[in-house]
Design a protein around this ligand. Sequence first.
Ligand SMILES: Cc1cc2nc3c(=O)[nH]c(=O)nc-3n(C[C@H](O)[C@H](O)[C@H](O)COP(=O)(O)OP(=O)(O)OC[C@H]3O[C@@H](n4cnc5c(N)ncnc54)[C@H](O)[C@@H]3O)c2cc1C
Length: 386
Amino acid sequence: MLDLFLDETHHALRDSAQAWVDRHIAPHAAQWEADKHFPRELHRAAAEAGLVGVTYPEAVGGAEGDVFHGLVVAEALIRGGSVGTAMGLGSHAISLPPILALGTPEQHQRFVAPVIRGEKVSCLAVTEPAAGSDVAGIRTRAVRDGDSYVIDGSKTFITSGLRADLAVVAARTGGDPDDAATRHDGISLFVVEKGTPGFQTGRALQKMGWHASDTAELFFEGCRVPAENLLGGEGAGFLGLMANFVSERLLLGVSAVATARMALEDSRRYCGERSAFRRPLHGFQVTRHRLAEMAAREAGARAFVATVAERHRRGEDVAADVAMAKNMACDACAFVTDAAVQLHGGMGYMAECRVERLFRDQRLYSIGGGTTEVMNEIIWRRGLAD
Ligand SMILES: Cc1cc2nc3c(=O)[nH]c(=O)nc-3n(C[C@H](O)[C@H](O)[C@H](O)COP(=O)(O)OP(=O)(O)OC[C@H]3O[C@@H](n4cnc5c(N)ncnc54)[C@H](O)[C@@H]3O)c2cc1C
């Protein structure tokens, strides 16, 4: 992250997080990406190293850090070289905030604390086969029956869906996705635990990048969950999901600039080592200028993401700005990783070359956590419309 906003506690955390990542992730990154899997034990090891609970309340075992403590850890994890591992390890970052925002202290202890200790893995399940950006279009239903709710429906593209012990599931307790007047009503969040009858996971979805993370379909058929697993009241789901908006977009923004920086570092090194026409690649002005442009784009996006994070830390409303920051960071990363592949020539197309992976992995940043187009809608509505 931008050093301007960091104090000695952030620097110390960054150093210790990076040392842990260099030891526990970096040496295995290529293999885990090839295996499309990283070891489950890594969740516990990361928790023991203090990398999971950084920004969560002390009452659930967290360290109560600020937004920058979270961002320096996120950047260190990405710098391990396996975006899939970083995202799989980080699935708590989108699933725990809704529980903390809506849940009771008892629910916090039951569901959040074991994840922070690394004993359990959590995921967030909102997206459905027919509803992604359009959350109000979800069709999974939860019907009250005595002391329980019975959930029917399905979810898809869920990060850590296969390994998660608990899923925070968005389901309708009211409203109608086909009725403009009520489709935003009645969206509720439930914690569904692995092993609950009627809850099944599907196959591991095969994807362009993020290979080490599992991405799954979830199925609910007459799945009976105790009423005490409802978070907040019926219809509080949107409020719970809003708890993720700023932090998730900042995390993706930081992931994008961290990915861009790695691609830039690899390219700079390669252009010094590789020769063509009897001179190193950076002996060509066009190559030097391309590297300069990559550096400028990465630096600009990094500075803007950090500035928005700082304004968020001060309590300002950054809804439009964080959408801009995410889009800027994704654009910068797309430009830098594409240029990095080009500068590596044929080697940039080889699976053994890290920039090949970074180029594929970055493609999701502008789709996940709200697409570029959805961000643009927010920028318009929250920043430009009036
Ligand atoms: C690897 C991976 C991991 C994921 N992890 C999770 C997870 O853990 N939990 C979870 O719930 N979801 C997860 N997702 C789902 C992700 O959040 C959605 O894919 C994303 O929100 C987009 O939804 P969609 O795929 O349905 O695309 P759609 O919403 O169908 O969008 C298709 C296109 O239409 C555009 N579009 C949609 N609405 C508008 C509009 N109003 N104006 C202009 N253009 C529009 C979009 O920008 C996009 O270009 C994951 C996805 C992937 C690929």
